[in-house]
Design a protein around this ligand. Sequence first.
Ligand code: UTP
Length: 318
Amino acid sequence: MSVHSANSSATAAATGRSRAVKAVIPAAGLATRFLPATKAVPKELLPVVDRPVLQYIVEEATQAGINDVLLITGRGKTSMVDHFDRRPDLEARLENKPEILAAVQRPSELADIYTVRQPEQLGLGHAVGYAESHVGDQPFAVLLGDEFVKLDQPLLPAMLELQARTGGVVLAFFEVDPADTKRYGIASVEPAEAELTDIGEVVKVTGMVEKPKPEEAPSNLAVLGRYVLPATIFDAIRRTKPGSGGEIQLTDAMELLRNEGTPVHAIVYRGTRYDTGMPLGYLQTVVQIAAEREDFGAEFRKWLADFVNSDASGGPNT
Ligand code: UTP
């Protein structure tokens, strides 16, 4: 991917461990923050301009060299899998429209997609537990189904390299306004070992607090929806009791491993992160990505500027 990958493969190889080659996308959640839109349509399929959120996420995985993707799905969410299937009937009608044809075929060419169902929505940790038989005893990446990062500012390659070097749990953090800590999982950290710092901005994690008040927050580093985990997480999930909200939390399972000596590190991500899990973040994502489109971005930005500058009660009539 970048200079990092070339150097670091050698270093990861020196540890005798290989990089994770499978990704798990938990996408079985009920999406209560986006109801009623998500009553019949999975939030992972909401369009960001002309591609569903889930396609951006799978593209993020494949860009990092992962082409084995397990989707954790649930009731009413099978259409997510259809998006990555071929549509010969549709393709036959698009022979004279090569650009649209290529766009329709692209999802089916991205990766090998596998699925497993989480029969009851008992939490993110519980959902990840369903990946065990697919993943086996190798480390794997987890990409939450409602969040992605800008493709030209990748995060996953550095996380995969870090995990291959430490063999432990690898997280990603982004900085939030200290006043906003109560909306996120917040980490306490210390400097990472010197030999890991060539990978990027790496920190060692010493604890996690769910949604702390600003005065109680140990930092302003919030957890981003990307993890690279060792297979020992499955046993930890089995040993994790329901926690906040009565759900089996992935954070609790990771804390169990950390307390038993598994190293936990994180990359501090400074690129652009899109959170499509609720209406405001979703709208911000759509606007940002639309504004950057080569085909109509300039026209959209002009319209948006006019709209914002116009009388709020009416808006321009374009
Ligand atoms: P969220 O906390 O965003 O939950 O889950 P949610 O159900 O999707 O949405 P809200 O909070 O009710 O609006 C984080 C990720 O974990 C998955 C979700 O699909 C999402 O990708 N998840 C969560 C599961 O797969 N199963 C669960 O039981 C819970």
